[in-house]
Design a protein around this ligand. Sequence first.
Ligand code: GLA
Length: 391
Amino acid sequence: MSIAAQEAAEAARKMFEAVYGAVPTGIFAAPGRVNVIGEHTDYNEGFVLPMAIDRYTAVAAAPRLDGLLRMVSGQGETGVLEIPVASLIPGERTGWADYPAGVAWAMIGAGALPADFKGADLAFSSRVPVGSGLSSSAALECSTGLALAALSGKPISPAELARLSQYAENAYAHVPCGPLDQLSSAFGAADAVLHIDTRTFDIAIHPFALGEAGLALLVMNTKVQHQHGESGYADRRAACERAARLMGVPALRDLSFADLERAATVLDEADLRRVRHVVTENDRVNRFVSLLQLGPLEGPRLNSAGELLTASHISLRDDFEVSCAELDIVVDAALRGGAHGARMTGGGFGGCAIALVSTERLERVAETVSEALPQAELFTVVADRGAYQVA
Ligand code: GLA
């Protein structure tokens, strides 16, 4: 049980009752995520280390019998959107409803919903800030997938939920993301991080009870979303795929430090830096996990973990070039204020950064960041459970 999920669920229930004038059959919640380390490695079949956070999107749901999918959200100002199930076809992007509609479409196509699926009423309420890199879209998708599976009486596994949610985002909403966000939302666990091999989808869960170790994870939302964010992401992905082709490997995951010398003779200067980021970032993820395996983060282990986070940011800033001025400002300020380590999290070009901070320094770090970027919204998160049926 998650208190944060229950709060979102209560809001979704109220909205359902107010809008549809009926009682929902079930309420489902799925979390946003923070990626602790391992950025822009997921579409290179590499390693990531995310956690689901105590910020949820909940959906109250009931089946329909007339072939209509009706959706309303406390966050969207669009009123009730109505789409006949038969008209679920990937096309122009229209807004937030593409994500739940895309999941219904993907589930029907994959046989996870019956071909004669008769529709549903859905009411969403979300506590995951939208457009800030905390995976509000994955939370929408995973809560929808769980709800539709339950309504149709055919359970869905977390792996299938993640896979179909990512497929919906790629093929219906036309966002070329990797599997990181959906896997985090589907598999999240309380007080734990997920070490995911994005080639095999093998997941190892490691304890990450920060509070017990006297630590906090501070999220620093810069509140900026740079216009070139989407094209920048697609460009980086294309560069990685091109580099893998030129290096003769299935994915950049297959390259190691030893290959960087050859990469320097095969790739242009910018692509070489993209590759160097991916190779070093995969290594940082695995080193971070080795530290966690030795016990709670304290003493020299805590220092090393912090250094890996900061090194990840520098690599994303200089080699992968997906940071921006505001992210660099909050990361630098957090470190000046005494954070053990800090980095941008998520796709970049705006959105959020995180800092690993001792609780007694939290106030000081927060003050330093607020002075450096007054518009930044600051809050702490804990690792919470993945998508589940709340009621
Ligand atoms: C976004 C994408 C993820 C991942 C990250 C970068 O969040 O949705 O798939 O690529 O960026 O690590």
